[in-house]
Design a protein around this ligand. Structure first.
Ligand SMILES: [Zn+2]
Ligand SMILES: [Zn+2]
Length: 240
């Protein structure tokens, strides 16, 4: 089956841990024939060298507005890759700040910073421990709370670090219209988990998670994954 990507909703710039500018991302996306992209630099609790403070997120947003006039042929969306930062389902921007973005990608990462001291134990340090059934259940609950309480558009790279129970997450994603990402740097779903997502009614979205311009619109690991896993094309929202 031939897959052609139409949009790429998860990519970084030098303002977090990418090494490219917004404009370089745009030019690459146009070259690859995409009709829409979102710039999603890491949120303010990401580890130190890779975070993008909210003020700089707003600079991204401003720049996108300016570049939209220069490149009317592609739709530019302002986004963020926010961090899940506690067992209570908190993320690293406030409710008010959420409204600044068109797209909110939420991911769990290994070493968020700036947490309250008790979350350092309850969340950050436990991320480094092996997955047990109990830890998996607690992480799953944190995801469900975040999905209920925040304006999440896309769940990034599920199962990459802390493992979760996919079924309840997919069911809530279906109910709330949240998309489940197939990430260009690696997909961590079993055959059964893919089936559970399909059964739940939730849809997938493919993202490059590009940290270099040449990866924009080129989610290499997803193309490899789709060679051996059958996901109906109509269940992936950004393919044609
Ligand atoms: Zn991420
Ligand atoms: Zn990312």
């Amino acid at each position: 089956m031939e897959y052609i990507l139409t949009a790429d909703n998860h990519m970084h710039t030098y303002r977090s841990d990418g090494n490219q500018t917004i404009e370089e991302n745009i030019l690459e996306a146009i070259k690859k024939g995409l009709t829409s992209i979102a710039i999603t630099d890491h949120g303010p609790f990401h580890h130190k060298s890779a975070r993008c403070e909210f003020e700089w997120q707003l600079v991204n947003k401003h720049e996108l507005k300016r570049l939209q006039k220069k490149y009317p042929e592609i739709k530019l969306l302002s986004g963020i890759e926010t961090n899940l930062v506690s067992l209570r389902g908190d993320i690293d921007i406030t409710k008010e700040q959420e409204n600044a973005f068109d797209i909110i990608v939420m991911g769990q990462h290994r070493t968020p910073h700036g947490l309250k001291w008790w979350d350092n134990f309850a969340w950050r340090l436990r991320n480094l421990l092996p997955t047990t059934k109990k830890r998996r259940e607690k992480t799953t609950k944190a995801y469900l709370l975040a999905m209920e309480n925040h304006k999440i558009t896309i769940l990034a790279h599920l199962n990459r670090y802390m493992k979760v129970n996919i079924k309840p997450i997919a069911e809530l994603a279906a109910k709330k219209g949240i998309l489940i990402e197939l990430n260009g740097k690696g997909v961590n779903f079993t055959e059964q988990e893919i089936q559970d997502i399909l059964d739940s009614g939730a849809n997938f979205v493919i993202s490059s998670d590009a940290h270099r311009k040449e990866h924009v619109g080129n989610p290499i690991k997803v193309w490899e994954f789709l060679k051996t896993h059958n996901i109906p094309k109509e269940r992936i929202v950004n393919l044609k």
